[in-house]
Design a binder for this molecule. Structure first.
Ligand code: CS2
Length: 494
């Protein structure tokens, strides 16, 4: 079989092998500019848009990707070489695999190379939405207080130099300022990150920043820009060389950066767009007036459930989430956490049976073909746990509910940050913006058992709650003595 490089010129031939765009990509304009093109954006939002272009003849909602960081260069270069095409590989729990070339991204600007081009693109009349997947940590707020962090040097830079931005806030305001000056309506800012009230959070952060930088623009934004809250969901592991190899061996297609994902997909959005929106309801996207119960359910069960498996999994030496799920002690521990700690502090969600939702989560986590690494799950835990897990602990402390499952995970997190190796002394791959701070705080645990909790930016005042600290101290003591998290988990599920 002849190996075909993935690009526009080869698309006709590639279409004889796997599903490929049949729409005329030349005719697609970019109604959406997306900041943060990674695996998740490509398996979720871009996949929805691709189907809209493919099945419904829509032409004005293509996507222009924007990378704001030097780290985005590799994605930019690969996609550019491939005319912004990539393959989505959907792996079902049985052996079924579907591969489709996605054509929804029709342009990409690396803002570090071309800042003005990025601003101009966002300020163009055809741009109606700027969407974001900049990760939980990208919003630049203090996790414990929720307040905007003005101390960040790049934020200081953007306040002083509004025309040469570096941060997402600098770019959004520069583009909105330009639209306003040109008499154009603003765009909707659509946050697609796993943060509860993500739209509200984006709004607060954008306004707080703009009030400092340009108060007049801030009142225009306040009045005119919409920031719908959204709940996004599709498990998307980090791409590995096996994915490219699979495409090459099975279909003779050479794609330098495909994406693998599970079959499950969900998107719930508040129907509040100031400058129009794509007809995503045609594809089953739910438009609702209040997304908060959905977001809370997803973050407190799925995302927290991932961390509840991933952190103990990392120190035990389970490489992936499905490996954790195959270990009955881990899967039972996670379900108990969901049933006894997360569920009692969730609100009812209209039309959703929570028991069924959790059963489906278990099936999704068990999918043996997804092989989602615990390293990905544990990455940026300092931005995730204060949002995904700690609120459940606080609410249970208030109501006198169970906290032992979540507390054991927090003790495991301390051990993970301190030791940085698994049970077999294999080095852990630790990816966290606060890595040095976490390691430093954790390394004092043997002298001061609550040292890790003194990080107020992560734990707030949790250290003052004795019910919590007593349990936490007993867990760290045992974990530091035995190094055996699995046995400790087993003791909790008896
Ligand atoms: C994961 C998410 O790392 C994590 O926090 O829980 O990336 C998760 O896979 C997605 O939110 C699924 O929609």
């Amino acid at each position: 079989m002849e190996i075909l490089k993935l690009n526009q010129a080869n698309l006709g031939q590639i279409a004889t092998r796997i599903s490929s765009p049949t729409y005329d990509r030349q005719k697609i304009t970019s109604g959406i500019v997306h900041i943060g093109v990674g695996g998740f954006h490509r398996s979720h939002q871009a996949w929805y848009i691709h189907q809209l272009l493919e099945k419904y003849g829509v032409t004005d909602w293509g996507i222009c990707g924007i990378g704001l960081r030097e780290n985005d260069r590799k994605m930019y270069e690969v996609l550019k070489k491939q005319d912004f095409l990539y393959t989505l590989i959907t792996r079902h729990p049985d052996e079924k695999i579907e591969s489709s070339v996605v054509g929804a991204i029709n342009d990409f600007i690396l803002a570090t190379d071309a800042p003005q081009a990025a601003i101009d693109k966002m300020a163009a009349a055809e741009t109606k939405i700027v969407s974001l997947t900049i990760t939980e940590g990208g919003y630049n707020f203090n996790p414990a207080t929720g307040k905007f962090d003005f101390d960040h040097p790049d934020i200081q830079h953007d306040l002083a130099q509004p025309d040469a931005p570096k941060t997402v806030y600098g770019y959004l305001t520069a583009a909105l300022r330009q639209r306003r000056a040109n008499g154009l309506p603003p765009f909707t800012i659509l946050s697609c990150d796993n943060i509860q009230h993500n739209g509200k959070m984006a709004r607060e952060m954008v306004l707080t920043f703009t009030e400092q930088q340009d108060p007049e623009l801030a009142s225009w934004i306040n009045e005119k820009v919409s920031f719908p809250n959204t709940m996004v969901d599709r498990i998307t592991p980090v791409t590995t060389s096996d994915d490219s190899q699979y495409l090459q061996e099975t279909h003779g297609i050479s794609d330098e950066w495909p994406v693998t994902c599970e079959p499950f997909i969900q998107w719930v959005i508040e129907d509040d767009f100031c400058n129009g929106r794509p007809p995503l309801e045609k594809l089953g996207v739910q438009f609702v007036t209040d997304v908060s119960p959905y977001e809370k359910m997803k973050i407190r069960l799925l995302n927290a459930g991932h961390s509840v498996l991933g952190i103990p999994g990392a120190i035990h030496g389970h490489p992936t989430i499905n490996a954790c799920m195959e270990d009955r002690i881990f899967s039972t521990f996670m379900r108990r956490f969901m049933d006894l700690e997360a569920t009692p502090v969730l609100d009812a969600v209209e039309g959703i049976d929570l028991e069924k939702y959790k059963d489906v989560l278990e099936e999704r986590f068990t999918n043996p073909n997804i092989k989602d690494s615990v390293a990905r799950i544990c990455s940026e835990s300092s931005a995730k746990l204060p949002k995904f897990l700690i609120p459940t602990v606080l609410e249970n402390l208030n109501r006198g509910g169970s906290i032992r499952f979540a507390t054991l995970v927090l003790a495991a997190w301390c051990y993970y940050c301190d030791k940085e190796v698994d049970r077999n002394k294999r080095a852990l791959e630790i990816i966290d913006a606060l890595h040095p701070q976490l390691h430093q705080a954790a390394s004092d645990t043997e002298n001061t058992p609550t040292a890790f909790l003194a990080q107020k930016d992560l734990f707030g005042d949790l250290i003052k709650n004795e019910t919590f600290t007593d349990l936490y101290k007993s867990f760290v003591k045992e974990l530091y003595q035995t190094g055996d998290i699995r046995t400790m988990m087993q003791a909790q599920i008896r």
